[in-house]
Design a binder for this molecule. Structure first.
Ligand code: KIV
Length: 263
């Protein structure tokens, strides 16, 4: 009989919420990072479309495609044995119509090996969430600041005005009503995130939304300090300075070779 820890499922996460245990989510885009994140006991490994910026160097997530996402989800899947693998739906993979959305969500599970999918939007996208859930695919919503709409909403905190906060609340309710099992709350005031968490039955995962959520997510390269300039982001806590350490090692190698000390 195997003694391995059982994989994290939707019911596992729901039980954690009901017991008041915090849920952890981090991004991974490749096999070695996935191995480390899984070994660290993180509950959910998000193959976020932030990979389009963080890994592929674009200046927004808009150029993301299904092929890019599948390529990275497959690699992450190979490195994860315990955590839930959550695949992000890229721009235009679910906005055109619900049939395409179901097909693309299904591809992330069938071809990529994801356990669940995440997509951005509230009230406007709720009917699509319902269709995907009805196909047997677990869905995580994503509201507040939604990076794929950056050209419409700008790069700023959402829900700061009374009307803005009401819209975020309506979005949260719509995502729950549509059958999502969790929702990411990105860049909204912490009181609003706490209010949504208290009101909703589904799991809330915050990023730049304060401590009152059921769980937290960060971009792993941010918390590792891969790019030291990211320390300026208020919602990021750098737990290491890997970027400068890599730079130091690379320079040391170059100096050794140039000076004839290596090999
Ligand atoms: O793509 C991503 O990494 C995300 C997180 C920031 C929540 O959506």
């Amino acid at each position: 009989m195997s003694t391995a820890t059982p994989p994290i499922t939707v019911p596992t996460l729901a039980r954690k919420k009901s017991k008041g245990e915090k849920i952890t989510m981090l991004t991974a885009y490749d096999y070695p990072t996935a191995l480390l994140v899984d070994r660290a006991g993180i509950d959910v490994v998000l193959v976020g479309d932030s990979l389009v910026m963080e890994e592929l160097g674009y200046d927004s997530t808009i150029p993301g495609t299904m092929e890019m996402m599948l390529h990275h989800i497959k690699a992450v899947r190979k490195g994860v044995t315990r955590a839930m693998v959550l695949g992000d739906m890229p721009f235009l993979a679910y906005q055109v119509n619900a049939d395409e959305a179901v097909r693309n969500a299904g591809r992330l599970l069938q071809e990529g090996g994801a356990n669940a999918v995440k997509l951005e939007g509230g009230e406007a996208i709720a009917p699509t969430i319902r269709r995907i859930v009805d196909a047997g695919i677990p869905v995580v919503g994503h509201i507040g600041f939604t990076p794929q709409s950056v050209n419409q909403i700008g790069l700023q905190k959402q829900g700061k005005t009374v009307e803005g906060a009401e819209q975020v609340l309506r979005d949260a309710r719509a995502v729950q009503e549509a059958g999502a099992f969790a929702v990411v709350l990105e860049l909204i005031p912490e009181e609003l995130a706490a209010r949504i968490t208290a009101e909703l039955g589904i799991i809330t995962i915050g990023i730049g939304a304060g401590p009152g959520c059921d769980g937290q997510v960060l971009v792993t390269s941010d918390l590792l300090g891969m790019r030291p300039e990211r320390a300026a982001f208020k919602h990021v806590k750098q737990y290491a300075q890997i970027g400068s350490e890599i730079e130091r090692a690379l320079n040391a190698y170059r100096e050794d070779v140039e000076a004839g000390r290596f090999p």
